[in-house]
Design a protein around this ligand. Structure first.
Ligand code: NFA
Length: 103
């Protein structure tokens, strides 16, 4: 019996292996027809905001033409966009939102 480890070598990892994922903001767009109340409910429901925060975001979109509802990984952002589009379609409103990479 010796102290020999059989020659295996394990190098210490001194740098991070993975970079954080690219993040995507979900941007909602203003239109002239979707009711403000519908937008507030959608933002509360799909972006997990309280009513006060959802109202502030809705008003920002209404006044500026667009606004960020949240920031997520690519897949989650794409799902949020689909959920909003489906809810708007079902309700017969033209509400639109898009996902775009940040930085
Ligand atoms: N501009 C819409 C209205 O006056 C409200 C709205 C806000 C629509 C945010 C879409 C996004 N009824």
């Amino acid at each position: 019996p010796t102290d020999d480890d059989g020659g295996s070598v394990v190098l210490e990892r001194r740098t991070q292996k993975t970079k954080p994922p690219q993040m995507y903001q979900v941007v909602m767009l203003n239109d002239d027809y979707t009711p403000m109340e519908f937008v507030v409910v959608v933002i509360q429901e799909f972006f997990n905001k309280d009513r006060e925060t959802a109202t502030q975001i809705m008003l920002k979109i209404h006044l500026d033409g667009k606004g960020i509802c949240g920031v997520y990984s690519r897949d989650v952002a794409a799902t949020k966009v689909e959920q909003v589009q489906e809810a708007a379609r079902q309700a017969g409103h033209p509400l639109q939102c898009v996902s775009e990479p940040i930085e």
